[in-house]
Design a protein around this ligand. Structure first.
Ligand code: NAG
Ligand code: NAG
Length: 415
């Protein structure tokens, strides 16, 4: 099937969603609809499998603009890994060292799915290179895929849960990466339930005893594609706050020994308002970020400013949710807001945009971007609140390590 037809199909699906969404007077992203019925689901599943086979795997490519710089074998891993793991399994989340984590998981959208990270064409953008994902990809190793799991593996080679390679969420290779492309904030409480189910059922996991790390990153689709269809767009931060709180409560109450990274809504403006975009990117951005790009919703600088303010509200909500009293001073659960992307820049040398950080659509992250993001998240975990980096850096320019004096992952209560 040619791309045109697929786009039409996609469009029909979107129309259906809008149709069903409108009928009950709620916002599109506020509800389930008849599209969520079992029969629709199996049809959707089959369609997705067909797409997967049609596009084919791309994540094992060893050449391309999208790849990060490799760390030569002569260079040792930058941290003393013996400091990174406790002698005995800690009882408190506030005494958790990186190597104490046995299970890693993630929730979110296409950014967490690593959509198009190894893409070199529009067709490839339909592949999810989950093995390369910044927060949950564990393909190869830290030398050429510098992701959070590949870093953690150096401290604990027995880590499980990271995605093994290209896959959709219903494939085994995705492991505990629950991300769904197009997911919105509303989906997080449900995703938390599916996540717990998946981890609990895995024979490799000692559910009560193993420490688990979950990274949540969502909101890009809300602010890019749905905010402009809401009845009251200014309600989005409050809704986001409620949904995040619910998802976190579920994790707190249903999964012992869990540390959560709550990562900011991505700075969509940085990518969509980029000057001198290749024309293919401009076209794709109409679809990927239709509230900001194009004319369909009468977009103006003024409306973009409005979305920007709403996005700031969402970030503020995340900051506050992570510090809610109900998530503080617990032994087996902690949430930390991680702001590494809030002031993100694509100008690594301070002057020109480094296009190789972005995927073929200039919207998602390339493999290299995923490596920068993975390192940034790792650094955030070892930086105390109030002194966390808010921008990514070239690899290993500022790589943090646990030290004898400060060996623990920071929580609000051990800093
Ligand atoms: C990364 O390293 C692994 C193991 O050394 C190797 O098999 C793989 O081809 C490398 N990938 C890239 C993109 O260089
Ligand atoms: C855009 O503006 C036109 C003319 O003012 C109006 O009729 C239309 O409803 C607007 N569309 C949206 C999506 O706001």
């Amino acid at each position: 099937m040619c791309l045109g037809k697929r786009v039409v199909l996609h469009f029909v699906v979107v129309l259906l969603v809008i149709q069903f969404g409108r009928s009950s007077g709620q916002d599109i992203t506020d509800q389930t609809s008849s599209l969520d019925m079992g029969s629709m689901r199996s049809m959707f599943h089959a369609l997705r499998q067909w797409t997967f086979d049609f596009v084919g795997k791309t994540g094992l490519r060893t050449r391309g603009f999208f790849l990060q710089e490799k760390i030569p074998n002569e260079l040792p891993f930058p941290c003393d890994v013996t400091l990174g793991r406790s002698e005995r399994v800690p009882k408190s989340v506030h005494k958790l060292r990186p190597g104490d984590i046995n299970v890693i998981a993630a929730m979110g959208d296409s950014l967490t799915a690593a959509t198009g990270a190894a893409a070199t064409s529009v067709r490839d953008l339909y592949m999810e290179n989950r093995g390369l994902s910044w927060s949950i990809g564990g393909q190869w190793n830290w030398r050429n895929v510098t992701t959070l799991p590949n870093i953690l593996k150096e401290f604990n080679p027995k880590l499980v849960g990271y995605s093994l390679g290209d896959s959709y969420p219903f494939h085994k290779e995705s492991q505990f990466n629950m991300a769904e492309i197009g997911a919105v904030s509303y989906d997080m409480p449900f995703m938390a339930q599916s996540l717990v189910k998946r981890i609990r059922a895995d024979p490799r996991v000692d559910f009560k005893r193993d420490w688990k790390l979950v990274t949540i990153a969502v909101g890009g689709n809300d602010i890019c594609s749905f905010v402009c269809t809401m009845e009251n767009p200014e309600d989005l931060p409050a809704k986001h706050r409620l949904r995040m709180t619910r998802a976190l409560r579920y994790l707190r109450d249903n999964m012992p020994r869990t540390f959560v990274n709550l990562v900011s809504v991505p700075s969509v403006e940085t990518v969509v308002s980029m000057k001198s975009k290749p024309s293919i990117c401009n076209t794709l951005h109409h679809g990927e970020c239709s509230c900001w790009v194009g004319k369909l919703y009468n977009q103006t600088d003024e409306s973009r400013l409005r979305w920007h303010r709403i996005q700031d509200g969402m970030v503020q909500a995340e900051r506050e949710v992570a510090q809610l009293d109900e998530f503080r001073r617990l032994d087996e659960f902690a949430v930390m807001y991680q702001p590494w992307s809030t002031e993100i820049s694509l100008k690594m040398n301070g002057r020109e945009v480094d296009h190789t950080l972005l995927a073929y659509d200039c919207f998602h992250m390339s493999q290299k971007g995923n490596a920068y993001a993975g390192t940034a998240l790792w650094n955030n975990m070892l930086e105390p609140p109030g002194r966390k980096s808010t921008n990514w850096k070239p690899l290993f320019e500022n790589f943090k390590c646990p030290t004898a004096k400060v060996p623990y992952i920071f929580t609000y209560d051990n800093s």
